[in-house]
Ligand binder design. Sequence first.
Ligand SMILES: *[C@@H]1O[C@H](CO)[C@@H](O)[C@H](O)[C@H]1NC(C)=O
Ligand SMILES: *[C@@H]1O[C@H](CO)[C@@H](O)[C@H](O)[C@H]1NC(C)=O
Length: 431
Amino acid sequence: MVKNVSVKVDSDFVLLLPEGLYEIKRMEPRSKQRSIVVVCIFLAIAGIVIFGYFCNDQVCALTKRDMMMSSDVAALTSDTGNSVGKSSTQINNPGLSYEEVLNDDNFQFDMNAHDVMVFLHIQKTGGTSFGKHLVRDLDLKRPCTCQRRKKRCHCFRPHRNEIWLFSRYSTGWKCGLHADWTELTSCVDQELDKNEGETTKRRYFYVSLLREPIARYLSEFRHVQRGATWKTSRHWCLGRQATPQELPSCYSAENWMDVTLDEFAACDSNLAANRQTRMLADLALVGCYNKSSLPPHERNRVMLASAKRNLASMAYFGLTEYQKISQYIFEETFNLRFAIPFEQHNTTVSTTTMNDLTPEQKRRIEHINSLDIELYSFAKRLLFQRFEKLKAKDADFEVRFAHLGNLGVMRNGVTEFNWDSNIEDTSTERQ
Ligand SMILES: *[C@@H]1O[C@H](CO)[C@@H](O)[C@H](O)[C@H]1NC(C)=O
Ligand SMILES: *[C@@H]1O[C@H](CO)[C@@H](O)[C@H](O)[C@H]1NC(C)=O
C-alpha cells in the first residue's frame, strides 16, 4: 500500500520555530485549495455538531488531546524553542495524553471498557524490568496469568478475554521488535482488531521510559559487543520497511560482537545514537529513513521537536534514574498500584566504561547523542514538574511515598533485574 508522503507542518510549529516556515511539499494549487478549505470547514462544523450529540465521553476523549496540552507543557516546549505540529497523515492513533488523564477528576483506566495501555520499550532503558512489573506486579482485580516457560502472560479484562496491555510480555512484539512511536501508532489498533476479530473503538494510553543518554548508549554498546543485534526490527514507516540503502548495516558478519567503542561510534547508520529521539519522533515528518528528503540540520530539528511533543503527550513516561518518582507518577496517573517498590539500580555507572572514556571519546559520544541529551533534559524538567503537581494534590503524600509498593500484602518473587546482563530481548521472537 502506498501512502502519501506529503506532510504539512501546522502553524504552531511555524510560530515556535524562529527560523521560520518551511514546507516539505506543497500539496495543492491555491484555487483548488480554497474550495477544499470551504468544504472542510463545513464538514468540520457538521462533524462537531453531530459528534457532540452522539458520542459518549470515553470515545470522544480521543478528540480532545490537542486542545488540552497544558500551559506547562507549552511553556516547556516554547522555552526550548521547539514544538511540532501534527502530521496530516491521519494513520496514527497516539492515544490519550497525560493532561487529558489528569484534567479529568474522575479518570480511571477502565479495564472494563476499551482502554489499552501500550508500552513503547526503548532498548536499554530498564524497560524489561518495567515490562515485567506491568504483567506481574500490578494490583489488579484480575491479575495477568503468566506462563513462565513461554515468557508470556495473558492480561485480560476482568469480564472478558480481551487484552488491555500491549507489551512484549503480554502480546509479544506484534508491531515489530522494539517498535517505535511511528510503528506502534500505525499498527496497534489493527493488531488488536485482528486479535479480537472485530473492530472496536479503543482508548490508548502510551507509556515509556527514558534513560540518561550516555549511560544508555554505552549500555547498548556493551550489549552489541556481546552479540545483540535487534536485526529483526522492521523500522516501519509510512507503509514500508526501511531499505538496506537507507539503513546500511554497520557490520558484515552475523553480528557485531567484539566491536570497539570507536568503531561503534563511527558507523553513521548505527541507530544507537539518538535512539530515544528517533524512537519517539513521528518519522513521517522527516521522510522516514530517507535522509536525503531533508537537510541534516532540519531533520534533526524536526525530529527533536516531534519527540518532545510526543513524549509530553503520552499518558505516561518515567525516567530510569528516578524509579521511585516514576512509580509514584505511574500509580497516580492510572490510579493503579504496584505490589512492589521499583528498585533503583546505580550499579551501571560503576560497571560502565564511562570512566574509561578518553576526553575525545566522551566528546564524540556526546556529540552524536546531542538530540537525546536535549530530549532527556526536557523530560527531566517535565517529570519533576508533574511530580510537584501531583504531590501538592496528594494529602497523604508523605505516607504514600514512603510506602510505595507496599500494599500491606507480603509477596514473594519480587522481580529481580539487571538491565545489563539481559541479552534475551534481542532474540528474534516475534509472536
Ligand atoms: C529519498 O528522497 C529523495 C529526495 O526527496 C528522493 O529523490 C529519493 O528518491 C528518495 N529515496 C527513496 C529510496 O525513496
Ligand atoms: C543509589 O545511589 C543513591 C545515591 O547515590 C543511594 O542513596 C542509594 O542507596 C543507591 N541505591 C543502591 C541500590 O545502591
